[in-house]
Ligand binder design. Structure first.
Ligand SMILES: [Zn+2]
Length: 496
């Protein structure tokens, strides 16, 4: 029986906007240590623990910290998480399992996963380290150098955190038994696209890449694992791109060949990954000729799940102006507006200045009167995804009505999965003509019966195209800013 240390640090960071993530941000989602880690039965850590137990190994708990995406992690929060993790890590463990995201950054460090993995490596010497990643990870040389194996989610929307944890644990079990001598190569192309066409279910450019990757993993006996990546494009770091990480059983040149083929295939599909955009006004105008039903306005530039503050009112403003009589629902994060509502009673009319309060650079607030319908504590439970079964906190929240539009006002950004925030306010999306979704992907889960969806071209830190993002560290050329054929970069483990 071996002893495997298990820990997790999951957050996706945004260099263009949103709010900083401090320790409270993590505590609102997931922050547990010691024996409480061993009670985790969902997400990647739940899967890791299950597989270790089944294989007869013992888990040594470190720390589990995860949070809704944000701007950067504060230096204080990262230092604390890192030292809490390392303080609990004995140098004598037989291996380490880390459930990570892969696209996080702090105020001072651009690659937190690379930093953390390297620190763990220094502490455990040559013991195997296996990490699981989000498929939006920015896989770096530092991660490759200090980790024995990296495996990513296979699904977007992300439904497979648990099974990815199981696969990660199975990998370390195979390494410890001697049946796997992992050789890992990453290959990627500078393609930076939003998540809108990155789904892995049904037809789609990334779905094809993922299926090809998984076919190789299943059918090719030399290949142990393939992971396909869309990078989170709202990080700003050198050498960002999408592609693949391939692990073979001790065959580096073959791992490289498979990784390069997958990254090349991904790069060749780049034109199919750029979405069509419309202005909110044009989307509303186009909706007039559509049948009865719910129309999704995807205001993905303000995606809390990509690190934005969720405080934009571009969609709301357009609805009030161009569809003043249509029923609609819009989510807005605005703690001050929520506070104004909470000082009133349900049924009262309040004067609100709402929107663009947390991250002011993307627009101006709407000054309006609103009728307060409901006041809540903002707590809800996720019904799937990365935080399946976990309670999340929107903070003091209110459902108000502005004209014919319902606005769900919350105090903290929360990740949108399957419409839990609407359900919290007892809003049925099928009863409104327009629903604003602030995500590029999960609206497919949240609003399965919607008639039509438009991707809005609005300002924010998670825009639907990365063509004009003011990157400082991303090198040119990159798609879609440049038309050049993308060049594949390869990352092998550097050896001393
Ligand atoms: Zn992701």
């Amino acid at each position: 029986m071996s002893t495997i240390a298990v820990g997790s640090f999951i957050i996706e960071c945004n260099h263009f906007g949103g709010e900083l993530a401090d320790l409270d941000t993590f505590r609102r989602y997931d922050y547990v240590t010691d024996d409480d880690v061993l009670k985790v039965n969902d997400g990647a850590v739940g899967g890791m623990l299950r597989t270790l137990e089944e294989a007869g190994h013992s888990a040594h708990p470190l720390l589990v910290a995860s949070a809704c995406p944000s701007s950067l992690v504060t230096d204080t929060a990262y230092d604390e998480i890192k030292s809490q993790m390392l303080d609990r890590l004995p140098s004598s463990v037989d291996g380490v399992l880390l459930a990570l995201h892969g696209s996080s950054a702090s105020q001072s460090i651009g690659d937190l996963e690379g930093d953390l993995i390297e620190a763990v490596r220094r502490q455990v010497g040559s013991a195997p380290i296996v990490g699981t990643l989000d498929l939006h990870a920015h896989v770096t040389q530092q991660m490759i150098d200090h980790c024995d194996a990296l495996l990513a989610w296979e699904t977007y929307p992300h439904r497979d955190a648990f099974t990815t944890g199981e696969r990660g644990a199975a990998t370390i079990v195979d390494i410890l038994s001697g049946s796997l001598k992992p050789t890992m190569v990453s290959a990627k192309v500078p393609v930076l696209v939003s998540g809108i066409l990155g789904h892995t279910e049904g037809e789609g450019p990334f779905a094809d890449v993922m299926r090809a990757a998984k076919r190789i993993e299943q059918d090719d006996a030399t290949v142990y694992s393939t992971s396909a990546f869309l990078v989170h494009p709202y990080l700003d770091a050198a050498e960002m791109g999408g592609g693949a990480v391939v692990i073979t059983n001790d065959d580096e040149s073959y791992a490289q060949k498979v990784a390069v083929d997958l990254a090349t295939d991904y790069g060749n599909r780049r034109f199919d990954l750029e979405p069509e955009l419309v202005t909110p006004e044009a989307a509303i105008a186009a909706s007039r000729s559509l049948a009865t039903g719910t129309i999704v306005l995807a205001e993905t530039a303000d995606c809390c799940g990509g690190g934005a503050a969720g405080d934009s009112v571009h969609g709301l403003r357009a609805l009030l102006e161009y569809a003043p009589d249509a029923s609609a629902y819009v989510p807005v994060v605005d703690p001050e507006a929520a506070n104004v509502c909470h000082r009133a009673d349900a049924g009262q009319t309040v004067t609100l200045s709402i929107g663009h309060r947390l991250d002011e650079k993307w627009g101006i607030p709407i000054e309006t009167e609103a009728v307060v319908h409901e006041l809540t504590d903002g707590r809800f439970t996720y019904s799937g995804g990365i935080w399946d079964g976990r309670e999340a906190e929107m903070g003091p929240s209110a459902l108000v009505e502005i004209g014919s539009t319902l606005v769900g006002i919350s105090s903290h950004p929360t990740y949108e999965w399957a419409g839990e925030q609407l359900q919290h306010f007892y809003v049925d999306y099928r009863q409104v003509r327009f629903v604003v979704a602030k995500n590029p992907m999960n609206y497919r889960i949240a609003f399965p019966e919607a008639l039509e969806a438009f991707v809005l071209d609005t300002a924010g830190p998670t825009p639907p195209t990365c063509r004009h993002l003011p990157y400082k560290h991303v090198e040119r050329p990159y798609y879609p800013a440049d038309e050049a054929q993308p060049v594949v970069r390869v990352y092998r483990k550097r050896r001393d």
